[in-house]
Design a binder for this molecule. Sequence first.
Ligand SMILES: Cc1cc2nc3c(=O)[nH]c(=O)nc-3n(C[C@H](O)[C@H](O)[C@H](O)COP(=O)(O)O)c2cc1C
Length: 194
Amino acid sequence: MTLKESNKSFYDCINERFSCRKFKEDRIKTEEVEQLLEAANLAPTAKNIQPQRIYVVENEALLQKLTEATKYTYGAKTVFVVCYDKSISYKRAIDEKEHGDIDCAIVATHMMLAATAINLGSVMVCAFNEEIVRAVLSIPANYVVSCLLPVGYPEEIREHNTRIDIEDFVIYRWFDWKLTLLGLDLQDAKVQPI
Ligand SMILES: Cc1cc2nc3c(=O)[nH]c(=O)nc-3n(C[C@H](O)[C@H](O)[C@H](O)COP(=O)(O)O)c2cc1C
C-alpha cells in the first residue's frame, strides 16, 4: 500500500501510532521503505537545508552488529539510522544553537506516522552507543547519529502510552501579565516573576 492509498485519516495516524517493540519475521517491502523515505523527504527542516542522512540497514550481519550498540532494535529486519550532516545543519545566528536533532526528530516523526498509515510498526530509539553505530555503518565524521527507527510488521497492536492532560502542559498567555499585573511593569521594576 502507498501513503496515498492509505484510508487512515491524520487523526487515525497520530492516535494509532504506538512504540512497537515486537515485529514479525518478514522484512518490509522495498516499496514500503520508499514510502517512508518519501515521508522523510516531505518533513520541514530549518531553513529547508535538509541535513538528514538516512541509512537503511537490512543486512543481517549489520543488524546483528547494531545490537551491540543498542538493545532496542527489537528484532526489526529494517532499521533506519537517522543522521544529520553537522557541516550544513542550521545553527541559530544569535547563539549557534544546533538544529540538526530537531530536524531529525521531525523527519523521524513523519516516518513513524507514515508507517502507521501503511500498517507498519515503528519505534524511535535514542538509547544507543553512537560510536558503535558509527563504526558499524562507517558513518563519516561530519554526520551525527540522531536516532534509530526499527520498522516492521507489528507482532503486537496496542494503544500508545497514556498522556498527561492538556491542561498539565499548556500555558496560555491571554494578556501580557508582566505589564498589567497590579498595574505594575515588573520588567521596569526589575522584579522577576516566580
Ligand atoms: C526522543 C525519544 C527517544 C526514545 N528512545 C527510546 C529508546 O531508546 N528505546 C525505546 O524502546 N523507546 C524509545 N522511545 C519510545 C518512547 O519510550 C515512547 O514513545 C513513549 O514511551 C510513549 O509511548 P508511545 O510511543 O507508545 O506513545 C523514545 C521516544 C522518543 C520520542
